[in-house]
Design a protein around this ligand. Structure first.
Ligand SMILES: *[C@@H]1O[C@H](CO)[C@@H](O)[C@H](O)[C@H]1NC(C)=O
Length: 419
């Protein structure tokens, strides 16, 4: 009897040990790893004298730059740095990954050049929140044209879109948004680019979907005609019950509308869904791009704008979707990176947790999947910037990476082969 008990105890112990071992093996192959962390950003100037000069004359104020967007192509990781306060040397910049010296906080390089980053040069970029990279390796930046917009908003350049060929780093398209789609408080913060006819070779065949976060609309622009129109369905507005944010132990209000956006996979008939949601909101929405591209239908098809089954129970600032319809996004009030497979109803029990960290993942502001299926996520302590409590000695901005969507979601509810 005793022996039997001992034997079963031993077998229990070995199962526990095996389980622990399995868990360790899982930890060794992390879903996402932190690749960069910065307290503040520094920049590679053409010379140290020029850097010192910029520090002296106020064109570079190290505490001014806060990142709101990320993307990557090849060995470059791009961050966008809106000109909220004066002293942001470049609104779009990149670090190399992996960094040649293995630095955790590499200096940034302006993109596409110092000249096109100079504040006041309206041929260049003034203030960028997010960028998009298309399948032909072109980077599309949406530029609000605001300078010092946090304090005394001052639109110094027109609202425009700039497309840059990442192979040549040359500007291949500039598109100034027509005045009739822009309200005076327009804040075009996010952009998705689609080539509905197929091949992406000709940038003039692109359709742009631009999130106007403050003036509450999705702006659709047809590059073949230069025409643009505003879509203002009820789903682009914030929900007052979700405009108070709780992040990193701090509470603040943001009445932002549509911010997160991601294009779904191409369907058999060539159509795609555009997934979108208000920053101050808890629901996920989507609409077929064929509706958005049809000026009349876009204004008059309330039933075409869909809403997910249940509340996310959190705000989210950004997400991406892969070709299999798996969305990866941040949950602001649980400091977590999660996934959802769009073949299942949108509700928290169908979310897979990829990573969660109360310190490192405060305010996941932007998530993207690049052209080689790497997943990138950016956390930035926007809440401390809003409340003016950023600690320059702490790590405030971090970049996380997963080598593939597959590795990120393996075995979660989002994985078709998982359980
Ligand atoms: C400040 O110094 C930088 C670096 O030399 C220079 O590029 C910039 O034009 C200067 N800005 C002003 C306002 O003088």
């Amino acid at each position: 009897m005793r022996l039997l008990l001992l034997a079963s105890l031993l077998s229990l112990l070995s199962t526990v040990l095996a389980a622990a071992e399995k868990k360790d093996a899982g930890a060794a192959k992390q879903r996402v790893v932190e690749v960069f962390g910065w307290s503040q950003f520094d920049f590679n100037y053409p010379s140290e004298e020029q850097r010192q000069e910029a520090l002296k004359n106020g064109s570079f104020v190290p505490s001014a730059a806060v990142p709101t967007g990320i993307h990557a192509a090849g060995n470059r990781v791009f961050v966008s740095l809106p000109r909220w306060k004066s002293g942001v040397p470049a609104t779009l910049a990149y670090a190399e990954y992996p960094d040649a010296k293995g630095e955790r906080s590499p200096r940034l390089n302006p993109y596409p050049s110092w000249e096109l980053s100079r504040e006041g040069n309206c041929d260049g970029l003034t203030s960028v929140f997010r960028v998009f990279i298309d399948e032909c390796n072109r980077l599309w930046a949406i530029d609000t044209g605001w300078s010092s917009s946090w304090l005394v908003p001052n639109r110094i350049c027109p609202v425009k879109v700039m497309a840059i060929d990442l192979k040549t780093d040359k500007v291949v398209l500039q598109y100034v948004l027509p005045k009739h789609v822009l309200k005076s408080d327009a804040l075009p913060a996010n952009i998705q680019v689609e080539f509905p006819k197929g091949g992406c070779k000709n940038p003039k065949q692109a359709f742009l979907y631009i999130a106007d976060t403050v003036a509450y609309s999705i702006i659709v622009a047809d590059m073949s005609t230069g025409d643009a129109w505003r879509v203002t369905d009820k789903t682009v507005y914030p929900n007052p019950e979700w405009t108070t944010f709780h992040v990193g132990g701090q509470t603040f209000d943001l009445t932002d509308g549509v911010m997160g956006m991601a294009l779904g996979p191409r369907m058999a008939n060539g159509d795609r869904e555009l997934y979108f949601s208000a920053m101050g909101g808890d629901m996920q929405h989507w609409v077929k791009t064929s509706i958005l591209r049809d000026k009349k239908k876009a204004k008059n098809s309330p039933n075409a704008f869909k809403t997910g089954l249940k509340s996310r129970q959190s705000q989210t600032a950004g997400y991406a979707m892969d070709k299999n319809g798996v969305m990866i996004f941040g949950l602001l009030n649980s400091d977590a990176l999660v996934c959802w497979n769009s073949k299942s109803p949108f509700e928290p029990r169908n979310f897979g947790y990829l990573a969660q960290d109360k310190t490192a993942m405060q305010f996941l502001v932007s998530v993207v999947i690049d052209n080689i299926k790497r997943v990138w996520a950016l956390s930035a302590r926007i809440q401390q910037f809003v409340l003016d409590t950023i600690d320059p000695n702490d790590v405030n901005f971090r970049v996380f990476m997963s080598p593939s969507v597959k590795q990120a979601i393996e075995g979660t509810v989002c994985d078709a082969h998982g359980k």
